[in-house]
Ligand binder design. Structure first.
Ligand code: KE4
Length: 432
């Protein structure tokens, strides 16, 4: 497949102005293409599995606005329900039955969640859940894993993944040592390291928070027994187990990783999919713990737009669509074809690669592997990833602009889209 160089004239013009107005020209760092180089694509519109940029180029999209677009962008039923909701206003700042509806859906779906609080982003959900862990246990320290990303709140910017890893930032300036001194880290998939931290800080660790399937260091699934081991270790130490399912929630199963792997944490954070493309985050879990959250209990957390009717409407419709029979079987089928097809092509074209998928989440690394943690991920061929990313873009395939991200499929991706993507991968890998 020969390709003419991508015409990105309008993207370049718009992005040049953006860089004079906003730091890096973006509202979130990873969008700036810093780690893959080249001109970021300025979007004009999205629909289903596709993007159209301001120069009229069309792409098959495997970022899906970083996870929310699991039913496909701008799903007609989501748009229709939003239009109806708009007639009643955009924000109440007061109770609405829509919060009850989405709360019941989340509680019914997620094994650990008996009560839930809505916020406006995954970052807010993770900030609040850490405060709740500390309030409930009256302990200050927390364990996170290298390469995991739990939003940009100070206490989590320690060996974090996603954009922090992408930009190779040391633990971010502006974050007081006093804050991060309570954040302990261990390599993902390393139970012994976690046990050692508990032994080193007896009675001081409020809990362990993790991405049960890592997406923010690239795609790194848990080793067999890892999640089960964390459940035992936290229980033994009177500490809480928290799954950050902002990315995996409703994506790798309707009940998230905790349903898929049969390990129930004490608390869970959610985001992305439950907002259906509008800003929603949530945290929830055991009733006795959630009872501490104001105004039911003393732990304070609040938000002007939390639970707003538009976001609730988009989330409700999205989860309704996901409840349809065959949803996760379809996502598994097309993502299996994509992931296994890519690894086969990499092998045939002489490129060391490893990776995999779970339902609608996938990823790979240019290294023989296996990749069990962030250290392993960092050893992969990042320069080859950048060249592959650019090549795929020129073939009309939009992948996450960082090796330290995961890929996402949706119900809108067809087998033909997957075939086109694999054909593009073959052409690009053959040229690298
Ligand atoms: P937000 O504040 O971006 O809604 O959520 C933070 C967050 C928390 N936990 C996990 C597991 C997450 O993946 C995220 C956000 N993910 C990134 C992409 N890997 C958002 C994209 C971006 O930062 O622009």
């Amino acid at each position: 497949m020969s390709t003419t160089p991508l015409n990105t004239t309008k993207s370049e013009e718009i992005f040049a102005v953006a860089q004079t107005l906003m730091p890096g020209g973006v509202s979130s760092p990873v969008r700036a293409f810093k780690s893959v180089g080249g001109q970021p694509i300025v979007f004009d519109r999205v629909q289903g599995a596709y993007i159209w940029d301001v120069d009229g180029n069309q792409y098959i999209d495997y970022v899906g606005t970083w996870g929310p677009a699991i039913c496909g962008h701008a799903h007609p039923e989501v748009i229709e329900s939003l239009q109806a909701a708009l007639e009643k206003g955009t924000s109440f700042g007061a109770p609405s039955v829509l919060e009850n509806v989405l709360a019941e859906m989340v509680i019914d779906a997620v094994p650990s969640i008996q009560m839930v609080r809505f916020v406006n982003s995954g970052t807010e959900a993770c900030m609040a859940v850490l405060r709740l862990m500390r309030a409930f246990t009256e302990r200050e320290k927390v364990i996170k894993f290298e390469g995991c990303y739990h939003g940009h709140a100070d206490m989590f910017l320690v060996k974090a993944g996603s954009g922090v890893a992408t930009l190779g930032l040391p633990d971010s300036p502006g974050v007081p040592k006093a804050v991060t001194s309570s954040t302990l880290t261990a390599p993902f998939n390393d139970l012994e390291a976690v046990k050692a931290l508990f032994a080193e800080h007896p009675g001081e660790i409020s809990g362990v928070i993790l991405e049960p399937v890592v997406g923010n260091a690239g795609f790194i699934p848990p080793d067999a027994g890892f999640l089960e081991g964390l459940r035992v270790i936290t229980k033994e130490n009177g500490a809480l187990l928290v799954f950050d399912e902002v990315m995996t929630g409703f994506r790798i199963a309707y009940g998230g990783a905790q349903e898929k792997f049969g390990v129930t944490p004490d608390l869970t954070t959610l985001g992305k999919v439950i907002g259906g493309g509008l800003p929603v985050g949530a945290y929830g879990g055991r009733r006795d713990i959630m009872a501490m959250v104001a105004p039911a209990g003393p732990m304070y957390q609040a938000g002007t737009l939390s639970g707003n009717p538009l976001a609730m409407t988009a989330g409700i419709k999205t989860l309704e669509l996901l409840q349809k029979p065959g949803t996760y079987e379809y996502l598994d089928k097309i993502t299996k074809k994509l992931s296994e097809g890519f690894l086969k092509i990499a092998q045939e074209t002489g490129h060391a690669a490893c990776g995999g998928y779970i339902s609608a989440m996938f990823g790979s690394f240019f290294t023989k592997g296996p990749v069990h943690n962030y250290e392993d991920a960092k050893k992969s061929d990042l320069s080859k990833f950048s060249r592959f990313h650019r090549g795929m873009l020129e073939h009309g395939i939009y992948l996450a602009p960082s090796q330290f991200e995961a890929g996402f499929t949706s119900l809108a991706h067809t087998e033909a889209d997957i075939d086109k993507t694999l054909a593009a991968a073959k052409a690009v890998l053959s040229s690298l």
